[in-house]
Design a protein. Structure first.
Length: 257
């Protein structure tokens, strides 16, 4: 019987960091080159990119082939988008613009099969990888990780309640949108934004939840790690190159020892 283990959940449960890179475009080749750097997750963005599940349908399979997690950021809190992302093979779902605990609970519900949730049953990726439903379905809920993204003053105000929602695996800070919501759009390095971001891990950590963030390159990623973030997107191979990602990843893992 095959094992369905999400490297993100495994690393976080062990107190380690889960490192990822973002997919620059809907290219199968770029997906393969990205995950071959050794990351735990590949960030696949359906919120701000022009394509949908069909265009990136092979990326989650490519991730599964090398033991990485395909993290799909869906456009919003929508059961249909979440279901499609999971059915093509995603094992981590990010829901943006989560402002309340009720929204966080709905995100978990949409990601899980009954009785924990309301996800409909018809995964496609299993056929492409010769996986039997009798093996995958009982393990799916445990495998799937749920990331909720905080991007607004309302979300920050409700962060304690959001972090306490059962089934939420990561509470993620959105630097650009937090900056915009504070009236300093395009300035994630503004002192008011930085203060919020640096305090963020402790706020969610008191409820046993790891914090997530995204930035570019080794230096910034190392800073956020030192602030307490444990789910970190370090950039893309489009900006850093595969060698640059691999080298940054090696140095970042050294900080964990």
């Amino acid at each position: 019987m095959p094992e369905f283990k999400n490297p993100v959940k495994e690393r976080l449960a062990a107190g380690q960091a889960a490192w990822g890179v973002a997919l620059p475009d809907s290219s199968d080749l770029l997906a393969k080159m990205s995950v071959d750097t050794g990351v735990e997750f590949l960030w696949i963005d359906l919120e701000h990119r022009p394509y949908g599940p069909n265009e990136i349908r092979w990326a989650p399979v490519i991730c599964r082939q090398v033991g990485a997690s395909a993290m799909v950021r869906v456009p919003g809190l929508d059961a249909l988008w979440i279901k499609k992302a999971l059915d093509i093979g995603a094992s981590t779902i990010m829901v943006p613009q989560v402002d309340t605990a009720d929204q966080a609970r709905r995100a978990v519900e949409y990601c899980k099969y009954p009785p924990e949730g309301s996800r409909g049953v018809s995964p496609l990726w299993t056929l492409l990888m010769n996986v039997d439903w009798t093996d995958y379905l009982p393990a799916a809920n445990e495998e799937t990780a749920v990331v909720v993204q905080i991007e607004s003053p309302q979300g920050l105000e409700n962060i304690d309640e959001i972090a306490q929602v059962e089934g939420v695996d990561v509470v993620f800070a959105g630097p650009q949108d937090i900056a915009a919501s504070l009236g300093v759009i395009g300035q994630p390095g503004h002192p008011d934004v930085v203060k919020i971001l640096e305090e963020f891990p402790a706020r969610v950590g008191q409820f046993g939840k790891p914090a997530g963030i995204t930035d570019g390159g080794y230096d910034k990623s190392a800073h956020w790690y030192d602030c307490g973030y444990r789910f970190i997107n370090i950039g893309t191979i489009a900006h850093m190159g595969t060698q640059g990602v691999s080298e940054a990843l090696s140095k970042l893992r050294e900080r964990e020892t």
